[in-house]
Design a binder for this molecule. Structure first.
Ligand code: NAD
Ligand code: FE2
Length: 356
């Protein structure tokens, strides 16, 4: 048996107002007068106060990124070309500011500036050859755990798959809870539930160990304070929950909900957070307590999910989703342990999708 040897973010800042320290952090990377930084900022912040606080110098490149669609290999390759057109030299840092999508774009561009041939080539595990440009993640939406993870999830020509590698991990993250306070309630809920579901899948899984449990239990407790208790420091708590949920699954695995959600996302285009919520709502048999509590959280925040999405879809469409969900072996191994192949039948998955 070989144990996972995984890399974590080496430097992090946490605290209200800590975004103001970004300039100081970047000063350490700027060594020559013409050294430049690339900022990839979610365009939702374009005309907001945050826009004026981004410490851009005249030689830097700031790109407003649109995340209406989840990041794709095409978008990453276009952004990389745009950055390369800015200067012949390499950027000294790439800073991603936004939700999981903007942070993933920053990770991917930082990798593609030093690895040739386009991002689709590197979708998979440990295919990256050269270290990335220094990169910084700054969440403005919390839940995905992208700030903590060693992947950047991209929709590619063949499938939705991450570029998983030690080089993908951020060199620095800045977690400033003030930045997430204005997220719209629905989005705040869906992305936060990504974290809640990470915890449930990790804690209920066969891969569970004391490392994952320590992070998962604390993250789950924080999610409860945020979504059931309306804690006055909810933003701080959710930000830490997201990070710790990410650390929990880093040493275990996600489960049935993420498997179904990947199918929904790839075939029907549902975004990660809402896709997870829709899938989780039919998983009573897998996670009875978790699903019950999730419904309490939905009710408390007046969230209604789309229903009956798959009921009348053609059999071929369902079959495509079943294929995606079934291909995620490690997730099912985490759910059922050895022998999962016999349990995860087309019939089981078809029945689950038909209930969505
Ligand atoms: N790398 C990883 O480990 C990992 C893990 C899970 C999910 N993901 C990826 O993350 C993405 C989902 O990320 P997400 O759920 O954080 O959402 P997102 O980044 O896609 O953003 C969702 C919406 O919220 C908006 N938004 C972001 N911050 C805001 C703010 N402060 N105020 C108002 N609006 C704001 C965005 O503009 C967007 O419209 C997916 O692409 C998914 O594949 C990555
Ligand atoms: Fe997730």
């Amino acid at each position: 048996m070989s144990f996972k040897n995984f890399k974590v973010v080496p430097k992090m800042i946490f605290g209200r107002g800590s975004f103001a320290q970004l300039d100081e952090v970047l000063a350490e990377e700027r060594k020559q007068a013409n050294d430049f930084v690339v900022f990839l900022v979610d365009d939702v912040h374009k005309d907001k106060p945050l826009a004026d606080r981004v410490p851009v110098k005249p030689q830097d490149k700031l790109i407003w990124v649109n995340v209406d669609d989840e990041p794709s290999t095409k978008q990453v390759d276009e952004l990389t070309l745009e950055v390369q057109a800015h200067s012949d030299s390499l950027a000294v840092s790439v800073v991603g500011i936004g939700g999981g999508s903007a942070m993933d774009l920053a990770k991917a561009v930082a990798l593609m500036l030093t690895n040739e041939g386009g991002s689709a080539k590197y979708q998979g595990w440990d295919l990256i050859e050269n270290p990335a440009v220094h990169h910084i993640g700054i969440p403005t939406l919390s839940g995905t755990g992208a700030e903590a993870s060693r992947t950047t999830v991209l929709c590619g020509p063949e499938r939705k798959l991450g570029m998983n590698s030690d080089y993908t991990v951020f060199d620095q993250i800045i977690m400033d809870p003030e930045l997430i306070k204005d997220a719209p309630t629905d989005q705040w809920f869906y992305t936060g539930m990504d974290c809640y579901i990470h915890c449930i899948e990790s804690l209920e899984g066969t891969y569970l160990n004391e490392f994952s449990k320590a992070y998962g239990e604390k993250s789950l407790a924080l999610c409860r304070q945020v979504y059931l208790d309306d804690h006055p420091e909810s933003d701080d708590k959710l930000m830490m929950a997201s990070f710790m949920g990410g650390m929990s699954i880093a040493y275990s695995q996600v489960g049935a909900c993420h498997a179904l959600s990947y199918g929904l996302s790839y075939v029907l285009g549902y975004h990660h957070g809402i896709g997870n919520c829709i899938a989780f709502d039919v998983l009573d048999e897998f996670y009875p307590e978790g699903v019950k509590e999730f419904r309490q959280m939905m009710e408390k925040h007046n969230i209604t999910l789309p229903k009956g999405i798959c009921k009348d879809l053609p059999d071929e469409t369902i079959a495509k989703m079943v294929k995606v969900a079934k291909s995620l072996g490690p997730l099912w191994h985490n759910v059922y342990g050895d022998g999962w192949e016999e349990k995860v039948t087309d019939q089981l998955l078809t029945d689950l999708y038909r209930r969505i």
